[in-house]
Design a protein around this ligand. Structure first.
Ligand SMILES: [Zn+2]
Length: 147
């Protein structure tokens, strides 16, 4: 368990370097990327086939998710493996493996988004909320549609 956590911390720090700061939505993106790669089993030499479509409100802090995904999946706007679409409130990210029918859709649990908005309004710092998100079980963060 500790070992897994160390790996997560490294990935979060790596994303923070790309993004410029640490925050809970960046961590949501990191955790989504990790989850998608594990479920789609892309570490077995298939990671170059991964394509991502992120639907989310195109404003910070929500858009910070994108950099967490880019840092963990290497699907980026620049290499055309990541598409971003605007959404009013929902945050849904689709991960697909090209030339395969493997895909998954991750919804960020709306309750988590509400809790974060609440945290910000109570004056919690980005860092505090980031580590909170790092410690919440995946099953509470996301609803997954796998097909
Ligand atoms: Zn950010």
């Amino acid at each position: 368990m500790l070992k897994e956590n160390d790996k997560l911390v490294l990935k979060i720090r790596n994303a923070e370097k790309l993004h410029g700061h640490l925050g809970p939505f960046l961590v949501i993106g990191v955790r989504m990327g990790i989850l998608a790669k594990r479920i789609l089993n892309t570490n077995a030499g298939e990671s170059n086939k991964l394509r991502v479509t992120a639907k989310l409100p195109l404003l910070t802090p929500f858009s910070c998710i994108v950099d967490g995904i880019q840092a963990t999946t290497q699907c980026t706007v620049g290499n055309q493996k990541l598409r971003i679409e605007n959404s009013q409130a929902q945050i849904i990210v689709c991960f697909e493996l090209q030339n395969s029918d493997k895909a998954l859709k991750a919804h960020v649990n709306p309750k988590i988004i509400d809790e974060l908005k609440n945290g910000y309004s109570k004056g919690a710092s980005n860092e505090e909320l980031a580590w909170e998100i790092a410690s919440i079980p995946e099953s509470q963060l996301f609803t997954i549609e796998n097909h």
